[in-house]
Design a protein around this ligand. Structure first.
Ligand code: GTP
Ligand code: MG
Length: 361
């Protein structure tokens, strides 16, 4: 079995790449499973893999580092229930110091697993290019500290969403990354493209065979903790009940566009706002990330009806109470008095000081 840990900043494309990889492995009659991870309890990522019929188990209520024992037991469960050839463990996008606290402890399981865990770190090429070139980003300096540490510890750095920049910009970003991190394995990727994801899988297989272990980070935990507290987390299960038959696609478009405007007007850096929507038998995931102005529209399917159920995970650099206020205000504006918005379950929070179970320097 191979175990690939996939990390990187919020919204960088981890789940997309894993989903494409699972599709490719299934075509080769190989079984894959996923361990999802988040700070909250209600995970859009788990619902996303469920929708795609990819076996998934989850580690909730904190990152892999702080829940290492749970990661181990979920890995065990996955191995016993689906006997996978490949397991992807998707670390929550706020996690750093993964090599010392997760990868190296996992390497001790090499005999049981059959190979050494790899560690890919994903980065949106657009954000990474701004960071490498010293341009302004949507995030504050404390948050960019976390970002820089994630990239620094990558065993394999994936400059993702290459298809959202020009080939010239992709080439320059690659050059800048190579000169900043000499010796690091770096690849440019469009994770929606099966062939490019196949090439990533080949590289991961090579790394697993060679048993390459990235070096543990030098990281200042006080600065790391400060970056975590700067990000607001909002998880919400929402039900929208309209008084009459409604074009629910248009309602979603109005909501996400309105929310995006509100976030922009408040100069809030968006990590990832992801929504799993269900209307009758229609199910889809809608995703808004930093710099995304229109991509989310195509993810909203045609839906008509009276009831819409939503699972929302929002992560943005702001106070979680304000994030909640903006989400609900923009949703109520989209409903426009023609129905009711019910918050079934809501958790709005910031992250505590990270306390890894183990750390191998
Ligand atoms: N065009 C393009 N879009 C991508 C690519 N990879 C991911 N996306 C889009 O980026 C958004 C976020 O992707 P996810 O795969 O959910 O990102 P993630 O890193 O798993 O996000 P979190 O788990 O919330 O940290 C979605 O809208 C994806 O469709 C890519 O290579 N190209
Ligand atoms: Mg994800």
């Amino acid at each position: 079995m191979q175990l690939h840990v996939v990390g990187g900043f919020l919204g960088s494309g981890k789940s997309t790449a894993i989903a494409t990889a699972c599709k490719s492995l299934a075509a080769r009659k190989l079984t894959a499973g996923v361990i999802t991870n988040d700070q909250g309890k209600y995970l859009v990522d788990t619902a996303f893999y469920d929708m795609l019929k990819i076996p998934a188990v989850q580690v909730t209520g904190g990152c892999f580092c702080c829940n290492y024992d749970d990661l181990n037991s979920k890995l065990d469960r996955l191995v016993h229930t689906v006997q996978p050839d490949v397991v992807f463990a998707e670390a929550v996008g706020s996690c750093a110091d993964v090599v010392a606290t997760v990868i190296k402890p996992l390497h001790e399981l090499e005999k049981t697993i059959g190979s050494k865990a790899t560690y890919s770190v994903f980065a949106d090429t657009r954000l990474c290019s701004d960071w490498l070139d010293g341009r302004e980003t949507p995030f504050s300096e404390p948050v960019m500290y976390l970002y820089s540490k994630q990239i620094e510890e990558a065993g394999l750095l994936v400059l993702n969403k290459r298809n959202l920049v020009s080939p010239e910009k992709a080439r320059l970003t690659m050059e800048a990354a190579r000169s900043r991190f000499p010796g690091k394995s770096i690849r440019l990727q469009n994770s929606l493209d099966l062939l490019q994801v196949d090439a990533w899988l080949d590289e991961l297989s090579n790394q697993a065979r060679q048993g390459i272990a990235p070096a543990s980070l030098q990281i200042d935990y006080n600065r790391y903790a400060a970056s975590l507290t700067a990000i607001g987390w909002l998880d919400s299960r929402l039900q929208i009940s309209m008084t009459s038959y409604t074009d629910l696609r248009q309602l979603m478009v109005d909501w996400v566009a309105g929310l995006n405007r509100e976030l922009h007007n408040h100069s809030i850096g968006v990590g990832h706002i992801k929504i799993m929507l269900k209307c009758g038998h229609t199910e889809s995931r809608v995703s808004l990330t930093a710099g995304d102005t229109a991509g989310w529209r195509a993810q909203i399917p045609d839906m008509h009806g009276k009831e819409l159920n939503l699972l929302l995970n929002a992560r943005a650099e702001t106070d979680p109470a304000l994030l909640r206020e903006l989400v609900i205000r923009s949703l109520e504006a989209a409903v426009n008095g023609k129905g009711q918005v019910q918050e079934k379950d809501t958790e709005a929070f910031t992250l505590p000081y990270p306390k890894p179970k183990r750390r191998v320097p």
